[in-house]
Ligand binder design. Structure first.
Ligand SMILES: [Cu+2]
Length: 125
Protein backbone atom coordinates (compact mmCIF):
# COMPACT_ATOMS: atom_id res chain seq x y z
CA UNK A 1 0.00 0.00 0.00
CA UNK A 2 1.51 3.37 -0.98
CA UNK A 3 1.46 6.31 1.48
CA UNK A 4 -1.41 8.10 -0.28
CA UNK A 5 -3.63 5.06 -0.15
CA UNK A 6 -2.70 4.47 3.46
CA UNK A 7 -3.71 8.04 4.32
CA UNK A 8 -6.98 7.62 2.47
CA UNK A 9 -7.69 4.39 4.37
CA UNK A 10 -6.99 6.13 7.69
CA UNK A 11 -9.35 8.94 6.74
CA UNK A 12 -12.11 6.44 5.95
CA UNK A 13 -11.64 4.75 9.30
CA UNK A 14 -11.79 8.11 11.07
CA UNK A 15 -14.97 9.07 9.23
CA UNK A 16 -16.62 5.74 10.00
CA UNK A 17 -15.75 6.10 13.69
CA UNK A 18 -17.13 9.64 13.82
CA UNK A 19 -20.33 8.49 12.13
CA UNK A 20 -20.73 5.66 14.62
CA UNK A 21 -20.29 8.07 17.52
CA UNK A 22 -22.91 10.50 16.26
CA UNK A 23 -25.39 7.64 15.75
CA UNK A 24 -24.86 6.54 19.35
CA UNK A 25 -25.40 10.08 20.63
CA UNK A 26 -28.67 10.33 18.72
CA UNK A 27 -29.91 7.07 20.18
CA UNK A 28 -29.19 8.32 23.69
CA UNK A 29 -31.06 11.53 23.00
CA UNK A 30 -34.09 9.52 21.96
CA UNK A 31 -34.06 7.68 25.28
CA UNK A 32 -32.80 10.24 27.79
CA UNK A 33 -33.98 8.28 30.80
CA UNK A 34 -31.70 5.30 30.62
CA UNK A 35 -28.88 3.42 29.06
CA UNK A 36 -31.19 1.08 27.22
CA UNK A 37 -33.28 2.37 24.34
CA UNK A 38 -35.63 -0.61 24.56
CA UNK A 39 -38.71 0.44 26.51
CA UNK A 40 -40.48 -1.77 29.00
CA UNK A 41 -43.72 -2.85 27.36
CA UNK A 42 -46.77 -2.64 29.61
CA UNK A 43 -50.45 -2.85 28.83
CA UNK A 44 -53.63 -2.01 30.70
CA UNK A 45 -57.29 -1.97 29.80
CA UNK A 46 -59.91 0.47 31.05
CA UNK A 47 -63.63 -0.12 31.47
CA UNK A 48 -66.44 1.37 33.53
CA UNK A 49 -64.85 0.28 36.79
CA UNK A 50 -61.30 1.46 36.20
CA UNK A 51 -57.92 0.38 34.90
CA UNK A 52 -56.91 -3.27 34.84
CA UNK A 53 -54.49 -3.71 36.39
CA UNK A 54 -54.67 -0.37 38.18
CA UNK A 55 -51.02 -0.57 39.18
CA UNK A 56 -48.11 -1.78 37.08
CA UNK A 57 -44.39 -1.42 37.64
CA UNK A 58 -41.36 -0.63 35.54
CA UNK A 59 -37.63 -0.09 36.13
CA UNK A 60 -36.83 3.35 37.54
CA UNK A 61 -35.34 5.86 35.15
CA UNK A 62 -36.11 3.77 32.07
CA UNK A 63 -38.41 4.26 29.09
CA UNK A 64 -41.84 2.66 29.10
CA UNK A 65 -44.21 1.91 26.26
CA UNK A 66 -47.68 1.65 27.76
CA UNK A 67 -50.49 0.29 25.61
CA UNK A 68 -53.95 1.28 26.83
CA UNK A 69 -57.14 -0.25 25.44
CA UNK A 70 -60.59 0.96 26.41
CA UNK A 71 -62.87 -2.07 26.39
CA UNK A 72 -66.21 -0.56 27.42
CA UNK A 73 -68.38 2.40 26.54
CA UNK A 74 -69.50 2.59 30.16
CA UNK A 75 -67.81 4.98 32.52
CA UNK A 76 -65.52 7.80 31.59
CA UNK A 77 -62.34 6.25 30.29
CA UNK A 78 -62.56 7.94 26.89
CA UNK A 79 -59.45 9.91 27.71
CA UNK A 80 -56.34 9.08 29.68
CA UNK A 81 -54.28 11.78 31.35
CA UNK A 82 -50.76 11.67 32.80
CA UNK A 83 -50.81 14.90 34.86
CA UNK A 84 -47.12 14.89 35.77
CA UNK A 85 -46.10 14.43 32.13
CA UNK A 86 -48.63 16.76 30.54
CA UNK A 87 -49.91 13.90 28.35
CA UNK A 88 -53.57 13.55 27.37
CA UNK A 89 -54.79 10.96 24.86
CA UNK A 90 -58.15 9.97 23.44
CA UNK A 91 -58.98 6.28 23.81
CA UNK A 92 -61.21 5.05 21.00
CA UNK A 93 -63.20 1.95 21.96
CA UNK A 94 -61.26 -1.31 21.52
CA UNK A 95 -58.27 0.41 19.96
CA UNK A 96 -54.75 0.07 21.33
CA UNK A 97 -53.30 3.47 22.15
CA UNK A 98 -49.56 3.59 22.77
CA UNK A 99 -48.08 6.10 25.21
CA UNK A 100 -44.30 6.42 25.41
CA UNK A 101 -42.92 7.89 28.59
CA UNK A 102 -39.93 7.84 30.90
CA UNK A 103 -40.03 6.55 34.44
CA UNK A 104 -38.75 8.90 37.17
CA UNK A 105 -35.77 7.81 39.33
CA UNK A 106 -38.24 6.89 42.09
CA UNK A 107 -41.91 7.11 42.98
CA UNK A 108 -44.60 6.54 40.40
CA UNK A 109 -46.32 7.98 37.35
CA UNK A 110 -50.05 8.44 37.87
CA UNK A 111 -52.66 8.29 35.15
CA UNK A 112 -56.34 9.13 35.37
CA UNK A 113 -59.43 9.50 33.24
CA UNK A 114 -60.20 12.90 31.76
CA UNK A 115 -62.07 13.91 34.91
CA UNK A 116 -59.58 12.53 37.45
CA UNK A 117 -61.94 9.83 38.70
CA UNK A 118 -60.40 6.56 37.54
CA UNK A 119 -56.86 6.14 38.85
CA UNK A 120 -53.91 4.07 37.80
CA UNK A 121 -50.17 4.21 38.29
CA UNK A 122 -46.87 2.92 37.04
CA UNK A 123 -44.57 2.33 40.00
CA UNK A 124 -40.83 2.79 39.57
CA UNK A 125 -38.90 -0.16 40.97
CU1 LIG B 1 -63.78 10.16 34.81
Amino acid sequence: MNPTRFAAALLLVALATACERSTTATAQEAAPAGGSATPTALSVTVDGTGYHPSSVSAPAGRPVRLTITRTSDEGCGQQVVFPSLNIRRDLPLNREVVVDLSMPPSGSVAFTCGMDMLRGSIVAQ
